[in-house]
Design a protein around this ligand. Structure first.
Ligand code: PDD
Length: 285
């Protein structure tokens, strides 16, 4: 079965899907995106991602490509046409195609692209059972990481450095030695007092939708959460370290820069939270 993509009003074969060479997403990274996980053919955290998409578009003054109900129809049509049961949906909106000029073009419609792919949840589950290794990298990104733009070159370079070092992700570190977030995920520690720490959203990070759901889930437990910065040293001395994203859900980190976290195995908090997140996502999808 061939994969199908949605490109500006048409469902086309994924292999033939394309946008114009002067699309501003291509030339200026003048575009935003969203990624949903799909459980049993249903989008997880649907509204949260749509709300963040609206916010990203508003911040950059990119026109909304279509109404929310229409967008949902297209999102589900892409899921249906690709027969996705468990997988991911990727959506990208650029400011549109126009002769190259830094100024916003007038009268140009945004370009909307949606793709989907299946994910083998067993592979992800196996990864979560062993946990992942990460390296730290200086956070050289721009000052508006709250906007989910496709300008991801620092993330790409950092993640490739991780791969080259035999790790699977990075933890970005600011100039004061505090961890900001992962290469494509929010970051957390469980400190020695059992408190979960994660950086505050006021500090130039992406407001993860998985993060928001997780904090909601944690609200009904007796685990204490502090939205406070934590340093690399605190992460190295933590009981547990983990990241969250629509792609990796809740992923334990067992090694940072070659130093084992605790006994080098995923801890009980991250493991329980992963199960709780998935259960909640399926129930609410
Ligand atoms: N990335 N921080 C960054 C820098 C991210 O790129 C992401 C997600 C997150 C987590 O956000 P959410 O929980 O809403 O997925 C945090 C997506 C998955 C990606 O780039 O593929």
């Amino acid at each position: 079965m061939s994969r199908i993509a949605y490109v500006d009003g048409r469902y086309v074969r994924h292999a033939n899907a394309c946008v114009h060479i002067e699309d501003r997403g291509y030339q200026f990274a003048d575009a935003v995106y969203e990624v949903w996980s799909v459980f049993n053919g249903r989008l997880a955290d649907t509204q949260g991602h749509l709300d963040r998409l609206d916010r990203s578009l508003n911040e950059l003054r990119i026109e909304t490509p279509m109404t929310r109900p229409a967008l949902l129809v297209v999102l589900y049509e892409v899921i249906r046409r690709n027969r996705i049961k468990d997988g991911m949906v990727y959506l990208q909106v650029s400011r549109g195609a126009a002769p190259r000029d830094h100024f916003f073009p007038a009268g140009v419609k945004p370009t909307l692209v949606i793709t989907a792919r299946s994910v083998d949840r067993k592979v992800a589950a196996a990864k979560a059972e062993t946990g992942i290794k990460v390296i730290t990298q200086p956070d050289i990104r721009w000052g508006r990481c709250d906007i989910k733009t496709v300008g991801l070159l620092p993330n790409v370079l950092a993640k490739q450095a991780a791969k080259d070092a035999g790790a699977s992700d990075v933890l970005f570190v600011d100039s004061e030695g505090f961890i900001t977030e992962g290469g494509s995920a929010n970051a957390y520690i469980v400190d020695q007092a059992g408190v979960i720490r994660t950086r505050s959203l006021t500090a130039n990070i992406l407001a993860g939708i998985t993060r928001a759901q997780l904090l909601k889930i944690l609200g009904s437990t007796d685990i204490q959460v502090k939205e406070e910065a934590f340093s690399v040293a605190q992460a190295l001395g933590a009981k547990e370290v983990f990241v969250t994203a629509a792609t990796s859900l809740v992923m334990p980190i067992v090694d940072i820069d070659g130093h084992k976290i605790a006994d080098g195995k995923p801890g009980p908090v991250a493991t329980a939270l992963r199960a709780a997140y998935i259960e909640n996502a399926i129930a609410n999808a």
